[in-house]
Ligand binder design. Sequence first.
Ligand code: R5P
Length: 282
Amino acid sequence: MIFGGSSTQSLAAALAGELDDELALVDYERFPDGELKVNVGDVAPDRAIVVASTASSDAHVECLQLQDAAREAGASEVVTVLPYMGYARQDEAFDPGDPVSARAVAGALSANADRVLTVNPHETAVCEFFEPTATAVDGAGVLANPLPDDLVDPLFLAPDEGACDLATTVRDAYGRGATDHFVKHRVSGDEVDITPSDATVADRDVVVVDDIVATGSTMSESIAVLRDRDAASVSVATVHPLFAANAVTKLRRAGVSRIVGTDTLERPQSVVSVAPAVAEHL
Ligand code: R5P
């Protein structure tokens, strides 16, 4: 039986469809003091699959409650799917006094999970913070599906070296094209410097591929560079369309032609589903 978080209802339903499993009708309540409470109804699951992206602190609490409610309802196995794992980018103590936030949340989420899966974590190493080690699901290939068949001399570009594998995955799924990467230096939380590669982009259709678009700084800087160099079009493909604050506006102002994301986070741009990729691991 599938138990979806309030922000992950579409993917939970898609996964239920893929697995031909029942979808629990979860109620989500907020008390006047701000505390949350889920209710999973009168169910008796054998295997419970909790599907909840943890993009906010509330979503973390909700996920913990879903795990606990499933156990309380008698589930002998609780599998937790984190389509988007929040706090994963704080995977080390970058400054003296910092926490390793990814380890802290993984510890809490492991307490009531027999198995954890997460989709394209920022660094696969965060999987080791879970007990037992989480499974990293690669859902990026599906990002090729909404791209038009007739891209001209397509270039699948990673905005930094860390996204090279993603760009290659999407290129391979698309079936043709080259890959390349820029070099990124992060100046602050919402400011980055992009050093372009030597690749010729004029008159080519470029697809910039990244795991997360958060503030949109990485993507908008990349798009601007590509527009300056006369790319025919610039599409953005991202596994996790977080789009914090005015990220979408930044991308539009920079001249993006198309934005495609998956349903790890429910956004208007979440046009493809990672449900089949997750289902393969279940
Ligand atoms: C970091 O290296 C990630 O892969 C993304 O590039 C980053 O999270 C994007 O953040 P933003 O949209 O804030 O530039």
